[in-house]
Design a protein around this ligand. Structure first.
Ligand code: ADP
Ligand code: MG
Length: 585
């Protein structure tokens, strides 16, 4: 075929593919336009999950009749003149592409009126072909009606998911914009039913309830942090509230919804080791950055941004979220009511018969004063040696039961400690502290151990060999699927090298997007688990005492690195109630 210029309609349809992927993309673009126009009320109507109709009416400043045609043209925008303007951009839109794109793949009607005009004007665009501007009666503001999306690009229609999924995408989008703009009243109507309505009174909590339900909204922790040139507000879930994927992690940057990998990573680091492996928080966070410090023009749907000082933003997010998390995490010896009145659940997931309080990562007020100027710290790294910082009280050893649990007394009652989980935590914090100092003492084995692994595991281990070295392991390939362990971290002296090696590769699943720090911590947690004392292992009094002391020194003594509790606590109060000394009989 000879080379030829595409007709403008075809070119528009192709370009539309970048901006308009599904009904929710139309909702996004039109909502952003309404917000850019300073609307205080935005009404969104949809039918058939947006396939047959998306209509967005706003009370913004409107489009003058003589500019209507231009508004619908490609590269027509009132929001920027020169490319440098991008770095001062205060609006969500700037490319002048949305209306042209949407108009090329639907029947679009724009009706608008500016306050200075006595009448409104209307323009229809059908599959990219604009009609004539007509005068009509209309309130001040703009109504964009988009009918039969993709009617002229059937291939696109085929890519749409079920109505339920498309609907969900629209809801997720509008609710998040409602959260980002709590002073704007949003109303969504699906068919005849109003499915979302916000008050526009600035109260984000109530919108949060629309997004997650009242129960979840109540538990969400508020984040509010500020630093030169940066501010972070919004909500993050406590460690007890998680999801199995990252989909509920939402970030807005300067009022724009972005999917940014590094922001998510920073956030996850704030939760580091507080969540079970494979669990993720729910968050809606709003980051404000000086427009000059962020490039918003790096992605077709503007879903990604680039920061001038990525590290600074990263560490700010991590510290701010961490602080909020620690500030709200229940303090030592949680009362059963703090668990929402429900019975705590044992580590195996069974309900515990009496009101035991399950150990929960906690801090006392001193941790809240952690200086925000400090370099980002992970929880595995003790930030101070002050003993009042320990979040378990000083414990008096009573003894061991069932060769599995250590019984101890604290000022506030009885503690039952799972020796395995506790030891896991202790080893993990020690190992990570050494790791952060980049010095994990290694100890050569008297006799190097040769370990043969199943082919799959051997394959998984190969790429890990360099980082094993950072962890004080010296492991070499020693024939097919066979390795020789020559040295181990001194911390694990006496541990079984082959068991350690197997732990490293067991169930090794590649994270969708592996992150060095995350992978390392995971591996460390895995080895610690394998080499920690087991249940059923009798410990001497000295060993029991040493374990308690080490646990007291941990930053997060109440959970193992996988997030399971290390201890349960029976308060004096509970004892008294159980024995009928107090409260109703
Ligand atoms: P962009 O938002 O990138 O400028 P659009 O294609 O989305 O491009 O819109 C083109 C222009 O039409 C905008 O710059 C704005 O001037 C005008 N416009 C679009 N929607 C509205 C609206 N709801 N209210 C007022 N003006 C609007
Ligand atoms: Mg726009």
């Amino acid at each position: 075929m000879p080379i030829r210029l595409l007709s403008s309609e075809v070119a528009s349809q192709i370009a539309a593919g970048e901006v308009v992927e599904r009904p929710a993309s139309v909702v996004k673009e039109l909502t952003e336009n309404a917000l850019d126009a300073g609307a205080k009320n935005i009404s969104i109507s949809i039918e058939d999950a947006g396939r047959t109709l998306v209509e967005i009416a706003d009370d913004g400043y409107g489009i003058p009749a003589n500019e209507l045609e231009l508004a619908a043209a490609r590269h027509a925008t009132s929001k920027l003149v020169q490319s440098e303007d991008l770095f001062h951009i205060q609006t969500l839109g700037f490319r002048g592409e949305a209306l042209a794109s949407i108009g090329s793949v639907s029947h679009m009607t724009i009706t608008s009126r500016v306050a200075a005009a006595t009448e409104g004007a209307r323009l229809k665009v059908d599959g990219g072909i604009a009609g004539k501007v007509e005068k009509v009666g209309a309130p001040v503001g703009t109504t964009l009606r988009v009918e039969n999306l993709f009617y002229n690009v059937p291939a696109r229609l085929k890519f749409l998911k079920t109505d339920v999924t498309e609907r969900r995408a629209i809801d997720a989008l509008v609710t998040r914009y409602a959260l980002a703009y709590p002073n704007v009243r949003f109303k969504v109507t699906d068919g005849k039913q109003v499915t979302l309505q916000t008050a526009g009174d600035g109260d984000r909590r109530s919108i949060l309830a629309a997004l997650y339900g009242v129960d979840v909204a109540k538990q969400m922790l508020e984040v509010m942090a500020m630093e030169e040139g940066l501010s972070l507000t919004g909500f993050i879930s406590p460690t007890s509230l998680t999801r199995s994927n990252r989909k509920e992690i939402t970030f807005f940057v300067n009022g724009r919804w972005v999917q940014d990998y590094s922001l998510t990573t920073a956030l996850l680091q704030a939760y580091h080791t507080l969540l079970m492996v494979g669990r993720y928080p729910l968050t809606t966070l709003f980051l404000e950055v000086d427009p000059e410090d962020v490039d918003v023009n790096v992605h077709p749907t503007k879903a990604e941004v680039r920061f001038r000082s990525q590290d600074k933003v990263f560490s700010f997010i991590q510290r701010s979220a961490r602080k909020a998390l620690l500030a709200y995490t229940p303090v030592a010896s949680v009362s059963p009511q703090m668990w929402g009145g429900s019975r705590p659940v044992s580590s195996e997931g069974r309900e515990v018969g009496i009101d035991w309080s399950i150990g929960h990562d906690s801090v006392d007020s001193e941790q809240l004063t952690v200086d925000s100027e400090q370099p980002p710290t992970d929880n595995h790294q003790p930030t101070t040696t002050n003993s009042s910082f320990a979040s378990v009280p000083l414990l008096r050893l009573i003894g061991q039961i069932g060769s599995t649990y250590i019984v101890a007394e604290g000022p506030d009652g009885l503690y039952l400690i799972d020796q395995h989980a506790a030891h896991e935590r202790v080893l993990f914090e020690k190992l990570m502290a050494q790791h952060d100092k980049k010095s994990i003492p290694s100890q050569a084995l008297l006799a190097p151990e040769v370990v043969t692994l199943p082919p799959q595991s051997a394959k998984a281990l190969m790429p890990q060999l360099p980082f094993l070295k950072h962890f004080g392991f010296e492991v070499e390939e020693f024939g097919t699927n066979t390795f020789q362990v020559r040295a181990m971290p001194a911390l694990f002296a006496g541990g079984d090298p082959s068991s350690a090696l197997r732990a490293l590769v067991e169930d090794f699943e590649e994270d969708e997007t592996p992150l060095q720090a995350e992978v390392e911590a995971k591996l460390a947690a895995r080895v610690c688990k394998r080499l920690a004392v087991k249940g059923g292992q009798t410990l001497t009094i000295e060993e029991q005492r040493a374990l308690l002391n080490d646990l007291e020194a941990c930053t997060s003594p109440r959970t193992c690195p996988h997030g399971r509790p290390t201890m349960i606590h029976l308060s004096v109060d509970t004892l008294e109630k159980q024995f009928g000394r107090k409260g109703p009989r």
